[in-house]
Ligand binder design. Structure first.
Ligand code: GDP
Ligand code: MN
Ligand code: MN
Length: 267
């Protein structure tokens, strides 16, 4: 499958000199990933990766390759898990895995919304029962930034390419229906393109605009992957303009108004 997405050649001062159309390619034909599989090798065997490409990988296959999975019949649910499961109508063993992988609970009803150790906040700690055998679940990596750096190094070792890597997960969002892809780990790029200090078309200085570029790329990659049986867990972006900024994607607790508002609510 090959999607080619032409962009208008908007002149941006830090756009790469070769203002070529951005090309987005879903990598089909990868096997069902098993624990121990070398994802970098499997990808490099199927597709050419160039320097400056951005390789986007679904967290699901990282979890399966690294063994970040759990069999629910091996889990003993706690009193807390049983109590939450009674309210949400879910399997208490599943709830226990969610609790075990959460460092802070923002909501427990009508679903668990929790923070995991890397700072990411997700519904049910981002734990998935889809695209894995019945009775097993896939966990998010504890350190997705390290996973992204590892894949990036492994790609370099396999094929010599200095690409960047984004690891994505499909996430729900506040205020709007529908899930989108979010970046949970990245390497070789910064998360946020910082527009502060730049000027708009009328010469006004931008004071607050920071663009979460890794999430935007993750969102489109997620669209190419789909959510079901397409079997496309990786996507390559070619000819993206470069950007500068920073990696502070997650709010500090003090700045996170929505989280603080949730904290005041009984749940
Ligand atoms: P998540 O967004 O990381 O939770 O992953 P999804 O379960 O939504 O899957 C994203 C894409 O990867 C879909 O196209 C799936 O069909 C595909 N996918 C998931 N697991 C595998 C696998 O083991 N092998 C292959 N080839 N594709 C997979
Ligand atoms: Mn997921
Ligand atoms: Mn998904």
């Amino acid at each position: 499958m090959q999607l080619s997405v032409p962009v208008r050649h908007i002149k941006v001062d830090f756009m790469t000199e070769n203002a070529k159309p951005i090309q987005v390619t879903g990598i089909a034909g990868l096997p069902l990933i098993q624990e121990g599989d070398d994802i970098a090798r499997l990808i490099c065997d199927r597709i050419e990766i160039l320097d400056d490409d951005i390789l986007v990988i679904a967290t699901t296959i990282i979890g399966k390759a690294k063994g970040y999975t759990k069999r629910l019949d091996q889990v003993q649910p706690s009193v807390q898990a049983i109590r939450i499961a009674e309210k949400t109508g879910e399997n208490p063993c599943f709830i226990q895995v969610v609790l075990d992988n959460s460092v802070d609970l923002l909501l427990t009803y009508p679903f668990i919304l929790s923070e995991i150790s890397c700072g990411h906040i997700g519904v049910r700690a981002g734990i998935d029962a889809s695209n894995i055998e019945e009775g097993k679940v896939i966990l998010l990596p504890k350190d997705p930034m390290r996973e992204a750096a590892e894949i990036r190094d492994a790609i370099h070792t396999c094929c010599g390419s200095c690409c960047s890597v984004i690891i994505t997960d499909t996430c729900g969002r506040a205020f709007r229906r529908g899930q989108t892809g979010n970046a949970i780990g990245w390497s070789g790029i910064v998360a946020i393109r910082d527009f502060r200090g730049d000027t708009d078309l009328f010469g006004k200085r931008l004071e607050i605009t920071e663009e979460a570029v890794v999430d935007e790329i993750a969102g489109f990659a997620n669209f190419v992957m789909g959510e079901s049986h397409a079997g496309i867990p990786a996507v390559i972006f070619r000819n993206c303009p470069k950007w500068q900024g920073h990696d502070n994607l997650y709010f500090n607790k003090e700045e996170d108004l929505i989280r603080n508002a949730l904290g005041k609510k009984e749940n």
